[in-house]
Every structure is written in structure tokens, then in C-alpha cells.
Design a protein around this ligand. Sequence first.
Ligand SMILES: Nc1ncnc2c1ncn2[C@@H]1O[C@H](COP(=O)(O)OP(=O)(O)OP(=O)(O)O)[C@@H](O)[C@H]1O
Ligand SMILES: [Mg+2]
Length: 426
Amino acid sequence: MSSLEKSKTGEAPPDLLPILRSSGVLTEKQFNDVRVKVLSGDYPNDARLLAERLIRERLLTEYQSRRLLLNKPSGLTLGKYVILDRIGSGSMGRVYKAQHQLMGRVVALKIIAPEIVSNERAIARFYREMRLVGKLDHPNVVRAFDADSWNNILYIVMEYVQGQSLAQLLKAGALPPADVVAYAAQASLGLAHAHEQGIVHRDVKPSNLLVSEDKQVKVLDLGLGVLMEADNHATFATADGIAVGTVDYMSPEQACGKEVDGRSDLYSLGCSMYHLMTGRHAFPGESPIERLGKRINGRPVPITDIKPELPASLVAVLDKLMATKPADRYQTGVEAADALNALIRPKKTPITAPAAPAPNPTPQPTPTTPAPAPEPQVIRVEPVYPRWFKPLAKFAQQKPKAALAATIGAFVAAVGIGFVVGYLLK
Ligand SMILES: Nc1ncnc2c1ncn2[C@@H]1O[C@H](COP(=O)(O)OP(=O)(O)OP(=O)(O)O)[C@@H](O)[C@H]1O
Ligand SMILES: [Mg+2]
């Protein structure tokens, strides 16, 4: 349904121009151009028709037009950013697609819900963490460009990732295990980079792992975990689906309220993989408390009960990611990524001619992991035999023991015959 159809349910304002102006979505020059065209009759005067025309001219988005026709111009800008569309919302706030008015860059803007940052301590913690997040620069991490407050609204400006989160992909059903392993390997590298900068995510889950259109996984919401923890743990008992909606991926040490490090994120990644491959949680239960308790005291439902066909090597990696004690897990994201990649790396490297070096190679940033060493290539050398010998060679290749016995037998027989013949001739 288009914005205009939707807005038909409400009364369109008699004059769109003043609403458009107060919204701030157009620059002064753009607004004046529109006004002149309306006054000269080039653009329609009717609010709905004008909005439709402005969408066609790409001066308004559907979302903006809907808001303006509902006479709700406020909130369509935030500082220098113009809100283009609403992407979604989560436990910490709303996410919008926005554009920097001067630079034109399209970004994702997360507005933190005021109740999450209700006290000075939480805000101070947020800014401290954002200083670390600003240093992150990795292809598997959603980049944060800016974090600030405007009119007491705390917001983060991030790279806009065109794609879907793994939680969205999961809605269509469990994902193929090979895809999940490949996604998790990328996520591990992104997490490793954050851990190296001293940031623990604390909320790794499918909805915080975005898959871009070119299948690159990007870890989302780094640095926001501290806000969740700044909220007091009393919410555990009551809130299933708000600040603690993430209990299903939480490590045992985090569930106990202990200090966490990067290994806690790897545990959460393991729980996410389990969920993505089976469509079920590793620790099912009626209430958040029951589910939390199980991961502290019990074992997950064996994944092979749900997916018996999973290879033992994959189950072993998953078990190590989800080991109850951090010391029994992979110790770094790089280690986990190596183990995951080893599951999907093709066994045989095809023998191809080496590519010619690029004439002017661009210097690449140092990757977090050294590129895996190429697997040794086994080159088969086929000997050339005369045609009559080929069946014998084939026999020797297929049954080497029998061929050896036959050769020895033939030799002994030849020597024996030689003796007999020699004796007779004497
Ligand atoms: N940088 C981004 N680029 C594109 N889409 C994004 C970006 N950040 C968030 N989104 C999308 O915005 C929506 C809301 O994200 P948000 O992180 O607020 O919710 P969530 O992950 O479901 O819950 P939580 O608040 O617990 O993390 C999701 O659909 C998410 O995929
Ligand atoms: Mg999120």
C-alpha cells in the first residue's frame, strides 16, 4: 500500500507547504523551488497530489509523505540527518534509514529509547564505550560513524547495510548448516577485532548479525551491550522479550552476572548457530529463568537429537563454542573462525595455473587473521608404458601383493627351468 493510499484513512491537511517547511526534510533552496512551482501551477496545490508529485520527483520518500499527510512533521530530522524511512525497532530503540543533509551519505540511525539511558552513569558508560567503538574498522563489523545526543535524544549513526539479519532469514526456516558455518566464521572474525580493541559485545544473537547483499556478515550493535548491563538485573525475572530478550544466547557466566570477556560472545555465537541450524533453542524452557538456569546447571539438548545428519566435526566445533567453562572454549574469535573455516574449506585444491600478479597492487589493510596457508597439492605423475605392458601395470597397481607374488613365482620358475635344462644338456 502506498503512503498516499494509507493516508486516505486520515484527513489530508489543507496545505502541505507549511508542514513541509517545518519538517526540515528539504533544504531552504529545495523548499523555495517547490513553493514557486506550486504558486505558478506547475505542481498541484492539493496536499495529496503534491505529496505524490514530490515522491515522483524524489524530493520526498513514501515514509516522509505519510508523516506529512498525517500532519506529523516533527521528528523527520535529527541534527543534520534527514529521516528517510523507519527500518525497525528493538529492545533499545528505533532504527531509521537517514541521510546527512550536507554530505548526502545514507546511514542507519539508531535512536536509543530514553528509558534505557535514564541515568548519568549509563550515559557516561555509553560515551566511553562509543569512544572504543569509533576505533573499529573491519569488514565484518557495522561501522559506527557518530554517536551523540540531540535535544536529549541519544543516537548512533552507523553504516547502512542493505540486506537482512540472520533472524529475518531464520523466519523462512532453519538455514543450511554450511551457510550457518560460513556466516559464523565471518562473525567470529568481526568479534575478534572488537575483542582486540577491548570491546565485548554481550548481545550476540541472530538479529545482531546482518548479512549484506553480497553475503558479507556484519556484527551489529557493538558497544550497546553496556547499556543492557547498566539496566539492573532485576528485569530478568519479569522481562521476557525486553532488555533480557537475549537470554537464549547468553553465556553461563553472563547469566550469573559475572565479568565477561570475548569467550562469552563465542558462546552466544554457538547458541545462535544452534538456533539457525535447527530453528530451536539449545536450552528450551517456559520462562527466562528456567532457560537461564538450564545453561548454568545443565547441558543443551544434543543438536543431533534434532539434526542427526550433522557431521561429527561440526558438532565438535559447536560443543567447544558452547562449553560451559570459558577455559574449555576457543580462546579467541580467530581460533573459532579457523575451526569453522576448516569445516567448509574444500578438501582438494584444484590445480590451476598461478594467476599473474596484478601490475600495481593496492596495499591492503592488515587482516585480523593471517590468510590460511594453501593446502599442499598432490600432483599425480602418470608413467608412460608400452601398450603391451599396460594390463600388467594396471594389475600391479590394483593388486600389488599378488603382482609381487606372481613376479617372485615367475623368477623361481625361470631359475628352476634353467637348472633342469642345463642338467639335461650336460
Ligand atoms: N546498520 C544497519 N543497517 C541496516 N539495518 C539495520 C542496521 N541496524 C539495525 N538495522 C535493522 O533495524 C532493525 C532493528 O534493529 P535493532 O538492533 O534495534 O533490533 P533487534 O536487533 O531486533 O533488537 P535489539 O535491540 O535487542 O538489538 C533490525 O531489523 C535490523 O536488522
Ligand atoms: Mg540489534
